[in-house]
Design a protein around this ligand. Structure first.
Ligand code: PAF
Length: 277
């Protein structure tokens, strides 16, 4: 595995790979890798594919009172995992270079950025779009892989890639969960043993919601009952618990592609999840 820090060196390396007819698959991450990331990496494996993973904890997507400083950084372990997975290139951009990198793309805005996570984390999507535009411009991948745990992020990036005519195809990968259904997330590292138990309950309560939502009962009532149940079971704050279409629109009659979306705090840790109904 080549570890590349310089944007120019990376561009040269990728140009050579393209010349040698390699397909380029890209997995952007913020590190603190877990099996969820590894699934993205496995899915990107095909013949004649050069797999590139980036690790960059992007300050712009964190709010002033959020966890940028404490965000888990486990670079030695990440290196080992990526080497074992036989990744071709790890891109670890130099902060100054990536911040000053200019592209000709004009960042688009979408109304769906204002709901769910975008409502309570106003810096999040502008920050994500900003770094992803730069990374897409630098890497010019054929395929880019994103986890469905961050479903709203996946939709925003997909819309943006289409709007800006990036040639990369955005591939969503199903959420990887532990044996209790808790989605793997770098932020799970913040949870103590008792908090993990509460996090597992979020999954259980949402799973119980699924058949009820499927039956299309009075969604409002079942969602408010579930919120109450979450609070009784130790969740401190529910940012949202809602059902939307797979394109994040409100629809009176839900379809089979609709999803339950949840963001909740356990102690100071914010967790998000979503479930196709
Ligand atoms: O999902 C993440 O890890 C980040 O938001 C991303 C897409 C790598 C952008 O920094």
């Amino acid at each position: 595995m080549k570890v590349i820090k310089s944007i120019n060196i990376l561009k040269k390396e990728l140009k050579l790979a393209r010349k040698n007819s390699f397909v380029i698959s890209f997995i952007p991450t913020m590190g603190a890798l877990h099996n969820g990331h590894m699934k993205l990496i496995q899915k990107a494996k095909k013949k004649n594919v050069l797999r590139i993973v980036s690790i960059y904890v992007n300050p712009a997507q964190f709010g002033p009172n959020e966890d940028f400083k404490n965000y888990p950084r486990t670079i030695q372990k990440d290196l080992l995992m990526l080497r074992n997975a036989k990744i071709d290139i790890l891109f670890l951009p130099i902060n100054k270079q990536i911040i000053s990198y200019k592209t000709n793309y004009k960042c688009p805005n979408f109304s769906i950025e204002k709901i769910l996570c975008g409502k309570s984390r106003p810096n999040y999507f502008p920050g994500v779009k900003n770094i992803i535009i730069k990374l897409f411009d630098i890497v010019q991948a054929d395929y880019s892989f994103f986890g469905e745990k961050d479903y709203q992020q996946f939709i925003v990036i997909k819309k943006m890639a289409k709007k800006l005519n990036f040639k990369t195809e955005i591939i969503p990968i199903k959420t990887v969960r532990n044996k209790n259904g808790l989605p793997l997330s770098s932020r799970n590292k913040y949870l103590g043993p008792d908090e993990i138990k509460i996090a597992n309950k979020i999954n259980k309560i949402c799973m119980n919601l699924l058949p009820k939502v499927r039956k299309n009962l009075s969604t409002k009532k079942i969602l408010s009952n579930a919120k109450l149940e979450l609070l009784i079971n130790g969740v401190n704050h529910i940012d949202y618990l809602t059902v939307l279409t797979d394109q994040l629109e409100h629809r009176k009659s839900l379809n089979s592609k609709s999803r339950i979306f949840i963001a909740a705090n356990i102690g100071r840790t914010r967790l998000i999840d979503n479930f196709p109904i």
